[in-house]
Design a protein around this ligand. Sequence first.
Ligand code: TYD
Length: 200
Amino acid sequence: MSKFITLEGVDGAGKSTHIPTIANLLRGQGHEVLVTREPGGTALGESLRELLLHQSMHPETETLLMFAARREHLEQVILPALARGVTVLSDRFTDATFAYQHGGREVAADKIRQLETWVQDDFQPDLTLLFDVPVEVSMQRLARAREPDRFERENREFFERIRAAYLSRAWDFPQRFQLIDARKTVADIAKELEDIISSI
Ligand code: TYD
């Protein structure tokens, strides 16, 4: 049966490193897998991503564009794939909007919930892997990475609020969230992922 699986975490938590591992574990279990990302995943979504990552804008404009990209992504990619029996692995989804635009940018959660209902009704991931790491660690990792985008240039408090918002989502939706301690080594996380994926 196809599943909708999302990956979340603050910038620098290291989730991107594990995407190929997760996709391979799923394929090993007989799933056909489509890997995608937000913002992005469609031609229009990727254009919006360019704007979102590099152009300054009002926090509510940012929120609206995230959902505009998501509407397109659901329609063109996610829902058709699930309908064909394909498992979809998305690097970020709506939890990121609650974490970054509500937690980080302090847009009212109610406004985001309204957009969520508008764009996706009650559609939710089957499983959300939250890569959690202390902000001190993620910021050290980011400092070693390539040229930072508009989000990655934010200060420590911004990322602390994002981490707290993610943990509060995990607390609110325990049935779909799996928390991964992303301070661990890549090999240890890969083992943990193997256990999680084998149990779905
Ligand atoms: P990210 O997924 O971390 O990609 P990369 O590894 O290439 O940096 O970058 C996407 C950025 O977009 C990230 O900083 C989080 C942000 N974002 C939001 O603020 N809200 C959202 O709803 C989504 C999906 C992403």
